[in-house]
Design a protein around this ligand. Structure first.
Ligand code: F6R
Length: 240
């Protein structure tokens, strides 16, 4: 696990975007695994800028998102479909047919299986991850088996409380999501994990301690051969 500590969120965002841009320059038809949430917003901003300035093209890129809430329409402002269009897809030259997210508006179990089948037919070159304060990656909550494939997950109470900030009330935060499983995530050739902010310092500390356990899903990343973790100083703070 390669650990990169940068001064602040701006640097984390530009450094993360730089890794993706370099990947696309090296392999223009890369397959990217993408995350949503607050952390990668700045990274997407940098990617939009790099595209607008002609530095990078997404015309042959394929993307697979980690997860989607169940029971909210793809057009809902808090759906991850909406997020991805707002933050990236609507501003770049990616082909609509090359964009993939779990489709959680219909039969959830069938949709999870269909997404898993799709993932098993591809190989992700670079998977971007954030981390939940409880150590989740994707929505693989504490206790999830490292062998888990894409599934319908009941979100942990902590996750719903953390994500309440994006909704009007806790009641509106979905209770279920479809997420890539830990096994799908671990099949990516390369993984980039972003950790930002003081509120993630305890989480970062626990990850960097290095103990691998189902209780803390992100710890599985210690078993992957090619992981880069970028932390800003606020997130890294407790290591000093
Ligand atoms: C998002 C995802 C989640 C988030 C995590 C951190 O697609 O799978 O694991 O990365 O919940 O979210 P933020 O960045 O909002 O703290």
């Amino acid at each position: 696990m390669k650990i990169v500590v940068v001064e602040n969120y701006e640097k984390l965002s530009s450094e993360a975007a730089r890794i993706i841009i370099n990947q696309l320059k090296k392999k223009p038809d890369s397959v990217l695994g993408l995350a949503t949430g607050g952390t990668p917003v700045g990274m997407y901003e940098n990617l939009r800028k790099a595209y607008a300035e002609g530095e990078v093209s997404f015309k042959d890129v394929k993307t697979y998102n980690l997860d989607e809430y169940c029971g909210i329409d793809p057009k809902h402002p808090q759906s991850y479909h909406y997020y991805m269009h707002q933050n990236l897809f609507d501003y770049i030259d990616i082909k609509p047919e090359n964009v993939h997210l779990p489709s959680a508006s219909e039969n959830w179990e069938n949709a999870a299986k269909a997404y898993n089948d799709l993932l098993n037919q591809t190989e992700i070159d670079l998977q971007v991850l954030g981390i939940g304060s409880n150590g989740h990656i994707g929505f693989n909550e504490p206790g999830t088996s490292f062998e888990q494939e894409t599934f319908v997950v009941e979100l942990a109470e902590k996750t719903r409380l953390d994500n309440q900030r994006f909704f009007n009330s806790l009641d509106e935060v979905p209770r279920y999501a479809i997420t890539m499983g830990i096994k799908n995530i671990m099949q990516a050739k390369q993984i980039l994990l972003l950790i930002s902010g003081k509120n993630k310092a305890e989480t970062a500390k626990r990850l960097l301690e290095g103990k691998v356990s189902n209780d803390f899903p992100a710890s599985v990343l210690h078993l992957h051969p090619n992981v880069t973790v970028i932390l800003d100083e606020d997130a890294y703070g407790l290591q000093k």
